[in-house]
Design a protein around this ligand. Structure first.
Ligand SMILES: *Cc1c(COP(=O)(O)O)cnc(C)c1O
Length: 389
């Protein structure tokens, strides 16, 4: 019996190139017109690992981190990260004391939320740092302009218990840089900021996500908040060779079984594909439970890069596996198949998947299932937390 390796390679892995993260953050902070850069690491760093990405970003031009939830903010603090962190989506009934204690900046969009934050600050025994969010036209989170004076009243009344760090908002059409709503939202942000200044506050302003960071210098203000571009996925959907960004994640899996199959055999559930000739099939052990959408191979259009060529996935995507047609080429068990990545050798990208599925690459990256797909890293800092290769 052959000796088994002590650290067997993972079945499926989402490999993250931290050098690509660094490259992208350097590019974005260089593009930011002198504004500070907040790397958005919500949703576990868009599926790339929040802590690893945060460290790489802070070392290459970012000075802030942005997250959605208090849990995400506290995970960064628990990892020893001390940079300013903004958390922006909360229930009014949450316990804000741990976040205030940890020095997490909090977005507030209503007097109800402010009351909960003040309660947390009182129990934490220190003041809360607030980013007051104005709804400038997305009609999602944020204080409607009509309620803004009342929110400012409540903030004024809170006195020393709070520090007003920023007035901020989020765009509806950032990916269409000339869309008329952008100027409308910009004007509303500036009005809200002026009203805050009239109360004696001196907040900074921030509005730009990735797309606006890359296309609208007039929206950079004091701080930009790129997310998707940090991960190298182009917010304007330019193909990889034309984008200044480098995709950081490669989803890959090792071939589990290779075999010759006779002509006329049906492949995978429902026999949607039948071998037109005798051929070599490679079984790649990754499927919809790993975040490979089953719909992706509708019409047989999914491909992988394997053994030096781009090859078709044949038949249905299963829960745990897909089958790749290799014709008469030699493919070895254990070889790495790339499902999506930076497009090397003409291989598929997350953008290709998104186009095929009629969605956006954000959903592809965050859809890789962390519980099943092992995350590995390369680049300096990869060995921290034992998460390296
Ligand atoms: C997710 C998010 C961002 C980052 O957006 P990208 O389009 O990924 O750059 C910025 N600001 C807020 C409020 C967000 O929710």
């Amino acid at each position: 019996m052959p000796e088994l390796p002590r650290h067997p390679p993972p079945r499926a892995e989402a490999h993250v190139d931290l050098e690509a993260i660094r490259h992208n953050v350097r590019y974005l902070s260089g593009a930011a017109s002198g504004a500070a850069t907040m790397a958005v690491v919500k949703a576990d760093g868009y599926g790339h690992g929040a802590v690893q990405v945060a460290r790489a970003a802070l070392g290459s031009g970012a000075s802030w981190l942005g997250v959605c939830t208090l849990e995400e903010a506290l995970e960064l603090r628990a990892a020893g990260i001390e940079a300013p962190v903004l958390s922006w989506l909360h229930l009014p009934a949450e316990d804000f004391a741990p976040a205030v204690t940890a020095g997490v900046d909090l977005s507030v969009a209503s007097v109800r939320h402010l009351a909960a934050v003040l309660d947390g600050a009182r129990r934490a025994g220190r003041h809360a740092r607030l980013h007051l969010k104005i709804d400038t036209g997305l009609s999602r989170n944020g204080c409607p302009p009509a309620d803004w004076p009342e929110l400012l009243d409540a903030v004024e009344k809170a006195g020393e218990a709070v520090e007003v760090v920023a007035v901020w908002s989020h765009l509806a059409y950032a990916d269409q840089p000339h869309h008329p709503t952008i100027d409308l939202q910009k004007g509303r942000l500036e009005e809200a900021w002026e009203l805050a200044r009239a109360r004696g506050f001196a907040p900074i302003r921030h509005l730009a996500n990735s797309a606006a960071t890359m296309t609208r210098p007039d929206l950079h203000y004091d701080l930009v908040r790129p997310g998707i571009a940090v991960y190298g996925l182009d917010p304007l959907d330019r193909p990889v060779p034309e984008s200044p960004l480098r995709p950081a994640m490669e989803l890959r899996a090792r071939v589990a079984l290779v075999k010759r199959v006779a002509a006329g055999e049906g492949v995978s559930y429902g026999h949607e594909w039948t071998t037109p000739r005798e051929t070599t099939l490679a079984l790649v052990p990754v499927g919809y439970a790993d975040g490979v959408p089953r719909r992706l191979n509708t019409g047989g259009r999914m491909q992988v890069h394997l053994a030096g060529a781009v090859r078709p996935v044949v038949g249905r995507v299963c829960m745990d596996q897909v089958v790749v047609d290799c014709g008469d080429d030699r493919v070895a068990e254990g070889e790495v198949a790339v499902l999506f990545g930076a497009g090397a050798g003409g291989g598929p990208t997350a953008q290709d998947w998104a186009t095929e599925l009629g969605t956006i690459h954000y959903e592809i990256a965050t859809g890789v299932h962390g519980a099943r797909v092992r995350r590995t890293y390369s680049g300096s800092g990869a060995g921290l937390d034992g998460a390296g290769e």
